[in-house]
Each structure stands twice: as C-alpha cells, then as structure tokens.
Ligand binder design. Structure first.
Ligand code: PMP
Ligand code: GLN
Length: 381
C-alpha cells in the first residue's frame, strides 16, 4: 500500500512551531481571549434543556429562521429558511457547494492569493483550477485576465470578501462586473463571506446576494465561528436561492448530514442578540487592529491598506526586508519569537513572495510585546 499524506496546512505548521519555540502566535487566525460569554451560557443551557438527538438535516428550523432574521437586520437581505443550509463550519459549506456544482472535468476560476481550502476541494471534486492573480497593493480583480480564464468548461468562480489573506473588500462595482461575467457564461459564484462582520473602514458589507444579476446564481458562505469569535465551534452555513440550496443540501447530507445540535441552539439565540451587541463585539477588534498597524509602522514596517478580517499584511521589500516571505517568516519565528503567515502559502503557482500576514485578534499586551520583538529584529538587521 502506498500512502501519501497531504501536507499539513500553513496554519497548523506555524501554530505548532509557535508552541514549540514559545513564539507569539500572530499566524493562525484565532482570538486569544473569549469574547462572547453569552454564547457559552446559551450553549450550556441548550445542553441542559434541549434534545441531544439528530436535528433536521438542513439545521434547526429556529436557527435557519434566526439566520434569515440576522441578515435582514444586519445586511438588508431578504432570505427564507429555504435559502439556508447549516453546515459544520464554513469549510463544510464550501465543500458541499463545490461538490454540488463541480463535476469531474469542470473548471473553476480562483483568485489568488486565496484561502487554502479552495484548491484541494475543487481538485477532490474532480475539477480543474484556473488561477487568476489579484494585483497588489490593492489586490483588485484583473478582469481581462479573469475573462480570459473562462472557458466552455468553467462552472464556477470562487471569491472572498472581506478577503483572507489580503484583508480587502470586493467593491460593489467589481461584484457587478463579476455578475455580468457569471450571467454571460452561466456560472455559479461561490462567495466566501466569513469575515463579513469584521469590516473596519465604515464600508457596508456587499454580498452578491445584494445584486439582482447574482442573487439566483450565488452562494454566500458564513461562519458562526467568526461572527462570535468562537473559531472552535465550527458551525456555518451556505445561503443561496432555494434550487441551489437544495443542491448544496444534497451534498451536505453525505458529508456530515447535520451539525452539533447544542451549538445550533446557541447560535440561533446569539444571532438574535440586539444589533448593539454585534456592533460592540465588532468594535472590540478596531483598537487592536490600529495598535498593530501603528506599532508596525512606527518600527519602520510597511503595512498594506486593509479593510476587514483579523489580519493585516506587511510589504517586505517596502519594509527593507528581502522579498522572500518564507525565509523572513522563519527568521521572525526563530530570531524575534513572532509567528506570521507567508502569503505565498495562499498561491498555487507564480507565488508572490513579498508579503506576510499578521493576526491582530490578540490582547493589547501581547500585541505590544510582538511589536517590540519585531522592532528589535528590524533594528538588528
Ligand atoms: N473561509 C475563510 C476565508 C476563512 O478565513 C476561514 C477560517 N478562518 C474559513 C473559511 C473556515 O471557517 P470555519 O472555521 O467556519 O470552517
Ligand atoms: N482561517 C484561519 C486563518 O486564516 C485558519 C483556519 C485553519 O487553521 N484551518 O488563519
């Protein structure tokens, strides 16, 4: 028997190295403090008070309704429970969506740098990836290259806004252009919106589900792990027009069938918390983000413009460092004691090696310490 183990993800690798070396972990995106004690209490109550047996395959009716109410209130979207498939994290929503629409031999256009799960999921579905590179420093979509990547075999485009790892938004006008392409070539747009609640520029989140031309051919993916800073809960959803949602549910039933029921009750209750709760949860991250940006800039590092997510990126060449992100990440880990993520890990080919991603969802003192270590490293060059 020949066994080939897939490589572990860059997040797993960097977190393990951080633990091994005692480095501050600004790599994998997770908060280092609990932010939503209300949700923990809700989950505890759900364990005590509700049935622990299988919930419905598509998710509890109460949760599916709560998802619709939440997005009506927060984003002005008109959804019904028939639009909702509750999944085990956004990761399963992505997998079920790709399996639903990508058959062997189909092509899928991805925009790199992109979240690490997209390529393997498309390829395991038997699809072929066509990569289009976003253009730094604003990481805008090069529409000529995108159009050239579409062939008669193309079935889907995958987008992410706010984007991980670039932290930028897809502006409404660009979504409209994507919509025109999807209509012209009869494509599905899979839009990963797990960072939708973490926008720090005052911009409203814009989803393809907001646009008439995309509403019936787009899938919006969300994650309770991100909305409540509980990344280990792994509860998410795919939202799409009912005929598309039914196709996704058809795959979800073979992947996991359904997801942990106490967490479904808790998330249903959590989504119904008043808008002020959600706004103040979001607001806790804004000063941390500014602290990291200011600290890095004061130490002479060049930070790229960003809008959302828990990450910011550093431009290595503009920071006076070699444009070799893996080498710099390795040195920062070993010599400065700070773990980061090289952006080249989000490329399949033609990797741009000029950038590092840093996570600011950390306590104030931890960020101070990290910035001091990075500043010391830079002074020592
Ligand atoms: N998509 C993106 C862009 C992400 O950043 C993440 C996790 N950070 C996921 C999907 C996975 O989300 P979940 O943990 O809910 O599966
Ligand atoms: N999405 C998280 C990040 O971008 C990591 C998730 C994971 O470890 N797979 O850092």
């Amino acid at each position: 028997m020949r066994l080939t183990t897939p490589p572990t993800t860059v997040f797993t690798r960097m977190s393990a190295l951080a633990q091994e070396t005692g480095a501050i972990n600004l790599g994998q995106g997770f908060p280092d403090a609990e932010h939503a004690p209300e949700l923990i209490a809700m989950a505890q109550r759900a364990l005590a008070e509700h049935s622990q047996q299988y919930p419905p395959m598509r998710g509890l009716a109460e949760l599916r309704q709560a998802v619709c109410d939440f997005y009506r209130r927060e984003q002005g979207l008109a959804l019904t429970p028939e639009h909702v498939v509750v999944t085990s994290g956004a990761t399963e929503a992505l997998a079920a969506s790709i399996l639903a629409f990508v058959q062997p031999g189909d092509e899928v256009v991805l925009l790199q740098p992109c979240y690490d799960a997209y390529v393997p999921l498309v390829e395991r579905a038997g699809g072929a990836v066509r990569m289009v590179s976003l253009s730094p420093p604003d990481w805008s979509i090069p529409f000529d290259a995108l159009e050239a990547a579409i062939t008669p075999a193309t079935r889907m485009i995958v987008a992410c806004t706010p984007n991980n790892p670039t932290s930028t938004l897809i502006p409404r006008a660009a979504l409209e252009r994507l919509g025109a392409l999807c209509e012209a070539h009869d494509l599905v747009l899979l839009c990963d919106e797990v960072w939708e609640a973490m926008i720090f520029t005052g911009d409203a989140h814009c989803s393809p589900l907001h646009l008439a031309g995309l509403r019936d051919r787009s899938i919006k993916v969300g994650s309770a792990g991100k909305l409540f800073s509980l990344t280990g809960w792994k509860l998410g959803w795919a939202l799409a027009a009912p005929p598309l949602a039914a196709m996704i549910a058809g795959q979800h039933q073979w992947l996991t069938f359904t997801s942990a029921v106490p967490l479904q009750w808790a998330v249903a209750e959590g989504l119904a918390l008043p808008p002020e709760w959600h706004a103040s949860h979001r607001a806790t991250y804004a000063p941390r983000r500014q602290q990291l940006i200011d600290g890095l800039e004061a130490a002479g590092f060049a930070v790229l413009p960003s809008a959302g997510s828990w990450f910011v990126s550093m431009d290595l060449a503009a920071s006076g460092l070699p444009a070799d992100d893996e080498m710099v990440a390795e040195r920062l880990l070993r010599e400065a004691g700070v773990a980061t993520i090289p952006l080249s890990a989000f490329y399949r080919d033609g990797a741009d090696k000029g950038y590092l991603r840093l996570c600011f969802a950390k306590q104030e003192a931890v960020l101070d310490d990290a910035v001091e270590r990075l500043a010391g490293f830079r002074r020592g060059l």
